[in-house]
Design a protein around this ligand. Structure first.
Ligand SMILES: CC(C)(COP(=O)(O)OP(=O)(O)OC[C@H]1O[C@@H](n2cnc3c(N)ncnc32)[C@H](O)[C@@H]1OP(=O)(O)O)[C@@H](O)C(=O)NCCC(=O)NCCS
Length: 226
């Protein structure tokens, strides 16, 4: 199992002790609170974690269930499952590939670590916690010898431009640096690269239900996966 103890820097530039570890049952109320704070309306509250989903994460793939604590307080979490991903058929909906967050489709022999969710409480944002969680998942990719980490990035800024550009054009504008998006720019800064844009990925008004599939390839397995 996984445990990392180190210091993060708060918004005053002060080092604060932090821990990334696998989450367990005692953490469930805190994890649900992170979801409530991270996905406020118009995001559908049915998509917040429930206890059954969290129990499945811990039971079916505990290595993919990570949380970060700052000064002993839960500040964020990230969850993954293993799937068999075929790069020639990249498109899928969040509900299908994550079994609506219940991960009963987790494949212990899968080739890809798929991100079900990442969220950091608003009070702890921009401290680097999201990136540290992502780096911990990259370590899991390497440790388990997987080909890649993959996930759909919401594009919550897209609704502001939906009249004037397609989702693909919006993504290109973010990748070229013309625009910034709260999730896509974060994922780029974490080392993720776009694979394709997917329509009807998740009910998400701000993103107009689009997402950018973005991957991080295991640098130790530099075969041509395509
Ligand atoms: C996306 C999210 C997890 C980022 O968490 P975070 O801990 O604030 O991110 P970090 O501090 O680790 O940021 C890492 C990098 O991304 C950048 N970044 C973070 N948020 C950003 C934003 N809103 N706009 C632009 N860049 C951003 C940071 O500047 C940082 O850059 P650096 O590494 O070059 O210094 C957090 O905003 C969140 O929980 N959002 C709501 C839930 C959500 O939409 N999750 C994604 C589901 S697909």
């Amino acid at each position: 199992m996984y445990r990392k103890e180190w210091y993060v820097f708060d918004d005053q530039g002060r080092p604060v002790p932090a821990v990334i570890r696998n989450y367990e049952e005692k953490d469930f109320p805190g994890l649900i609170r992170i979801q409530q704070e991270s996905f406020p309306p118009p995001f559908p509250s049915e998509l917040w974690w429930n206890e059954e989903q969290l129990s499945n994460h811990v039971r079916l793939f505990p290595e993919g269930a990570l949380c970060v604590e700052v000064n002993g307080e839960l500040a964020g979490s990230m969850t993954g499952l293993k799937v068999d991903f075929d790069p020639n058929q990249p498109e899928h909906a969040w509900a299908d590939i994550t079994d609506e967050g219940y991960i009963r489709n987790h494949r212990p022999d899968g080739n890809t670590l798929y991100v079900v969710d990442i969220s950091v409480r608003p009070a702890y944002r921009k401290w680097g916690l999201g990136k540290w969680l992502m780096l911990s998942m990259y370590e899991l990719v390497v440790q388990q010898g997987l080909e890649r980490l993959l996930g759909g990035g919401r594009m919550p800024g897209y609704h502001k431009y939906a009249e004037e550009m397609t989702a693909e054009q919006y993504l290109n504008a973010v990748v070229s640096g013309e625009l910034k998006d709260p999730v896509i720019t974060f994922l780029l800064r974490c080392g993720r690269t776009p694979v394709t844009v997917v329509r009807d990925y998740l009910e998400d008004e701000e993103s107009r239900n689009y997402a950018a599939l973005m991957e991080w390839r295991n640098p130790f397995l530099q075969r041509n996966f395509k």
